[in-house]
Design a protein around this ligand. Sequence first.
Ligand SMILES: C[S@@+](CC[C@H](N)C(=O)[O-])C[C@H]1O[C@@H](n2cnc3c(N)ncnc32)[C@H](O)[C@@H]1O
Length: 216
Amino acid sequence: MFRVKDDTIWGQIRILFLASALLFLANIYFGFYNALSWVYDLLYRGRAPWDMDGPRPELVEMVKNGQLKPCRAIDLGCGTGEDVIYLAQRGFEAVGVDLSSRAIAQARDKAREAGVSPTFIAGDVTRLLQVEGPFDLALDYVCLGCVIGTPARERYAQTLSRLTRPGAIYILLNLATDPDRRFNLVPNALQPGEVDNLFGEDFVLNITTMSTKLGL
Ligand SMILES: C[S@@+](CC[C@H](N)C(=O)[O-])C[C@H]1O[C@@H](n2cnc3c(N)ncnc32)[C@H](O)[C@@H]1O
């Protein structure tokens, strides 16, 4: 599902090394979250490795087969907004949030071109005080896995709990490690059991494992 231009181990090490070095330097200058948004902004200057030209096929499938019906939906870490735009085109009242203001600007441009007007917000999903719920559907395509550290992930879970109504659907796509690879450079991926611990009693989790490869 995800495409990477250089799928070799050296290509991956190079991306990881570059991203870590940039994060380290930006952290010194701007503080952690500003640094992180700066790094994502930089990645969105070109084509980010995970960026797709359309919505996630799994989401399209769920809308087509009626599992997801028009409702209030929020996409956490929406990137350049393909899924939010797709939902808006199908009658959902969709909101997309991303740390990268560059990604959000691109998402707004894409939405304008597509003739829809979902809401896009540049913000940190671990805080999001500027967003009002309740939502019936929350999507997360590889954002929680990018949130660094347990306290921030716990804040994310609290935010999600605040923003969703009882019975809401939450779709989480995690970074997958690939058992066929000799090296798996996914230092930040959610660990087995971590999702249950994070969401605790606030959520009834129905976990389906989807196979996906980020190439990292
Ligand atoms: C792997 S990308 C996935 C983007 C998009 N969901 C997609 O499928 O194309 C992760 C996204 O999460 C965003 N992100 C990471 N940490 C975030 C945070 N704390 N708050 C909001 N967005 C965040 C990044 O800017 C990036 O766009």
